[in-house]
Design a protein around this ligand. Structure first.
Ligand SMILES: [Zn+2]
Ligand SMILES: [Zn+2]
Length: 888
């Protein structure tokens, strides 16, 4: 009957079961159903290639929730799909094109877009296959792509709707500009990175005066675009120069000296150069004083014609060098002071971002942000962990207009048309036929939308919006959104705002924001640090189930969760343990098949261990369900691990092994039942292994259950505290005896006598009833004495559990003197090792100079040695004591 191979080989079972699930359509959600709906939309992976460790964690947790709810009987929908990912994907393609010796511009928009679609076809398929390898039970029939026809219609509909509400508008404003990507980007896409820079102190002479203003700047090249010098209106040092003009070095221009309260008197010399075209604060000052905006950079980060001829065409960096050199030569440079400061980089391409004045499309997100705050306050959205709620409020309160147009090609082209005759602007779903001026000749805006615009519509665009579909009625708002906390602002908040704006309802009831995966030292994983764990390699080595178990096991509610190989190995060992337990049970079932009347097992012979294991199973079901309800995945894994490994394998199977061998199959049948239910409990975490084992177990076949995937989630049946207390006493006593035997080197074959003293009559009664029955399964015992009080026998080892004492006379089972000598020698060695390790760690040279990892290893070694030393000292004391008593 048993078809489980001797060795657990995940590679051989995982693909097979995934195909089985697909074939049986288990992942497909009905558009309408009597069942309660439970929906999650996947955070659509970018079509940029392979999934990373963050995806693995994110999708494991989602699959776990979906599988669990499916078993609970919900109509579950896990909506899958991919994101076109705008600039990121374009950059990948541009690198490929460069390798081919061509470029985006050379190819032209149409050909370039064609190439992008080819890339999408390959890449999306690869991503889907990786999600399938991870076991994700997505509804693949509904797979979507942010640029597909339906979603594009949703994007245009949303745009036109928001435009008509006055929330989308065009404006000339200062935006963040990426000179590498040649496009405007939003604040969120600018990543501040600390770099070593300088303060350059420059002299600005005041015209018709001896006064020279000293001004400090980190960007001397921008002085070519200065159009004023500003001082604080109340700054006594500068009262006499306000209203005069300064001569701008290198430029042969005169610029006004103005007073503006924005200037910080304490900062530097209290005088500020004002470059309205290249600094957001200067831009505001410029507007207040109607200053000229002198744009000295081209869109690709070179010096424009607005600058003196000498600098035109230089790169930003060459220009800085040249300006500094020229200032020095002309004696306008006072000093250069090193200064470390944060500089904005484009998060996608890494280029340093330029503030630039530009005509762009914006979305006024304030009204929607206000609605998002109100909806959250009313409890329509709940954030887990709760601390994220405050981050969300804060963000919604300080939110600024969102620049949504990008000067790129890969994305949704703005549904905006300009009349070629009168330049009138029309927002529409299709090219308009006629302008109000009578002309019928239009051009569409060339820009595409920020990629987050379409992903912001994801929870309802994927379900067919703007049509009023059954899917929307059934599944919107969705149940949970699972994501890393790092995209709360990028994505989650935009979905909430756009959900309110388009659907008048928040897109999900709960947002679960998990930590980001870090290495064992808590460092964020990144390719450049070389500390990443590749999901596919890990799956190859350890199997998907072990990997998923490890991921769920580390996902505690902290910002960075540490994952390391040993944790995945431990997942693998757990899978092996389950496999072996299942094989043991299946092999025995060949000899003792379960009769048709399965229920008989419960009534006939309810022995202590059967009552106990059923009670523990019930507890496990309750705790696991509770953990999943509250997104405590780590608690679910720990509960199941402890139950299966320690309670079920270490105790229950050990207790019953001999009885099973002696043709007493009730314990075996119960074991089968417990294993079957546990496989169901474990299924959301380890889908493949549990399916393989569940399929072999001869239980629960009366219904139409063809797969554990659709089997019902187990229900707790109640706990039995008497059985639990009794078993707790028994296991503690047995463990103490075993550990004394181990520590004192009692030969395995030697029988020992056990004397137990307990003042508690209930405890004594329990031990008298059960100890002799259970102890032989674990250790050889010749004789058990249990008494309210007894004399400690001569030459005996001792263990104390609360008010209970255990004595084991040793004189007849070991050579006391030889054992004493052996332990004493080992103890001396341990003391020496501890001293040596301590000495190394006391040496400041070692601690300061050795690599962090080596120091950490040494510390761990010392910990281990100290524990060992303690243990040996205890054992030795026990022997010395018994030895001396022996001599009495
Ligand atoms: Zn860029
Ligand atoms: Zn017109």
């Amino acid at each position: 009957m048993t078809n489980l191979p001797k060795i657990y080989a995940p590679q051989e079972i995982e693909g097979k079961w995934y195909q089985f699930w697909l074939k049986n359509d288990y992942f497909h959600a009905a558009a309408t159903s009597e069942k309660q709906a439970y929906a999650i939309v996947i955070p659509p992976p970018n079509i940029t290639g392979s999934l990373h460790i963050g995806h693995a964690l994110d999708n494991t947790l989602q699959d776990c929730l979906i599988r669990w709810r499916r078993m609970q009987g919900y109509n579950t929908l896990w909506m899958p799909g991919t994101d076109h990912a705008g600039i990121v994907t374009e950059l990948i393609m541009e690198r490929k094109l460069a390798e081919e010796g061509t470029s985006r511009i050379e190819l032209g928009r149409e050909k370039f877009t064609e190439r992008m679609w080819q890339w999408k076809a390959e890449s999306a398929g690869y991503i889907v296959s990786q999600l399938q390898q991870l076991g994700c039970s997505c509804d693949w029939e509904r797979e979507r792509f942010t640029l597909d026809e339906g979603l594009s219609k949703a994007v245009r509909t949303a745009f036109v709707k928001l435009y008509n509400q006055g929330l989308i508008y065009r404006d000339t404003y200062m935006v963040n500009w990426c000179p590498e990507c040649n496009t405007a980007i939003s604040n969120l896409e600018v990543e501040p990175i600390e770099i070593d820079g300088n303060f350059y102190h420059i002299r600005y002479p005041v015209k018709d005066s001896d006064v020279v203003l000293e001004i400090a700047t980190t960007r001397p090249e921008t002085m070519l675009g200065d159009t004023a010098v500003a001082v604080h209106p109340d700054d006594e040092r500068y009262q006499h120069v306000i209203g005069k003009t300064a001569r701008l070095p290198l430029c042969d221009r005169e610029i006004p000296i103005i007073a503006d309260a924005y200037v910080d008197r304490e900062f530097g010399t209290g005088a500020l150069k004002v470059t309205p075209a290249h600094d957001p604060n200067d831009y505001e000052i410029g507007l207040r004083h109607e200053l000229e905006q002198c744009t000295i950079f081209t869109q690709d980060g070179h010096i424009s014609e607005a600058a003196p001829e000498k600098y035109v065409g230089l790169s930003r960096w060459d220009c800085r060098k040249q300006v500094v050199e020229d200032l020095q030569n002309l004696d306008h440079l006072v000093k250069i002071v090193p200064h470390r400061h944060a500089v904005g980089h484009h998060d996608r391409c890494g280029a340093i971002v330029e503030p630039a004045i530009s005509l762009q499309w914006f979305m006024n997100v304030r009204p929607l942000a206000q609605r998002a705050i109100e909806a959250t306050q009313k409890g329509e959205v709940r954030f887990i962990p709760e601390r994220e709620t405050d981050r969300f409020y804060h963000w919604m309160e300080i939110i600024e207009p969102w620049p949504i147009s990008r000067q790129r090609w890969w994305g949704h082209q703005l549904p905006i048309w300009y009349c070629n005759a009168c330049d009138a602007v029309t927002a529409a779903m299709e090219t308009p036929h006629q302008c109000k001026c009578g002309a019928s000749d239009f051009r569409q805006d060339e820009d595409v939308l920020d990629t987050w615009f379409s992903s912001g519509l994801w929870p309802f665009s994927t379900m067919g919006w703007p049509e009023e579909t059954e899917e929307l009625k059934t599944f919107y708002p969705t149940s949970v959104l699972v994501s890393g906390w790092d995209i709360l602002f990028f994505w989650v908040s935009r979905m909430i705002m756009l959900g309110l704006g388009c659907m008048d309802k928040v897109p999900f009831q709960t947002v679960y924001l998990h930590g980001l995966v870090a290495d064992e030292k808590g460092q964020k994983m990144s390719k450049s640090k070389g500390n990443t764990i590749d999901p596919l390699e890990t799956i190859d080595t350890y199997g998907t189930d072990a990997f998923r178990f490890a991921l769920a096991n580390v996902s505690t509610p902290i910002p960075y969760v540490s994952l390391s190989e040993p944790q995945i190995e431990s997942g693998r060992r757990f899978a092996n343990k389950i496999w072996n337990a299942a094989r043991f049970i299946l092999m025995n079932l060949e000899k003792h098949p379960i009769p048709a009347e399965v229920d008989a097992i419960e009534t006939e012979q309810e022995t202590l261990e059967i009552t106990w294991i059923r009670s523990r199973l019930s507890h496990t079901i309750k705790t696991t369900t509770d953990a999943l309800e509250n997104f405590r995945f780590y608690e679910a894994t720990q509960t199941l691990y402890a139950f299966l490994w320690h309670e079920f394998c270490d105790w229950y199977l050990e207790f019953t092994k001999q009885r099973i061998a002696q043709d007493d199959p009730a314990a075996l049948w119960v074991a089968t039942d417990v294993l079957e239910q546990t496989m169901r409990l474990l299924h959301p975490l380890m889908p493949f292994l549990t399916e393989e084992i569940w399929q072999q177990l001869p239980l629960n076949r009366t219904q139409d259950d063809k797969s554990v995937t659709i089997a019902p989630w187990p229900e707790p049946t109640g706990e039995n505290s008497t059985a639990e207390t009794t078993m707790a006493t028994l296991t503690e006593v047995i463990e103490s005896i075993r550990s004394i035997r181990g520590e004192l080197n009692v030969p395995i074959g030697a029988s020992v006598a056990v004397h137990i003293q307990s003042p508690n009559s209930e405890v004594r009664e329990r031990l008298e009833t059960y100890l002799s029955q259970y102890l032989p399964a674990f250790t050889r015992v010749a004789d058990i004495t249990i008494a309210e009080s007894l004399q400690k026998p001569p030459a005996s080892a001792e263990a104390v559990i609360g008010e209970l004492a255990i004595y084991i006379p040793l004189a007849d089972v070991i050579d006391l003197e030889a054992e004493q000598a052996r332990l004493s020698k080992r103890h001396q060695q341990a003391v020496k090792d501890v001293t040596a390790a301590q000495k190394t760690l006391d040496n400041p040279n070692f601690v300061e100079r050795a690599p962090e990892k080596v120091v950490a290893q040494k510390r761990a070694q010392l910990e281990r040695l100290l524990t060992e030393q303690d243990k040996l000292a205890r054992s030795l004391a026990m022997l010395t004591e018994s030895g001396s008593e022996n001599g009495d």
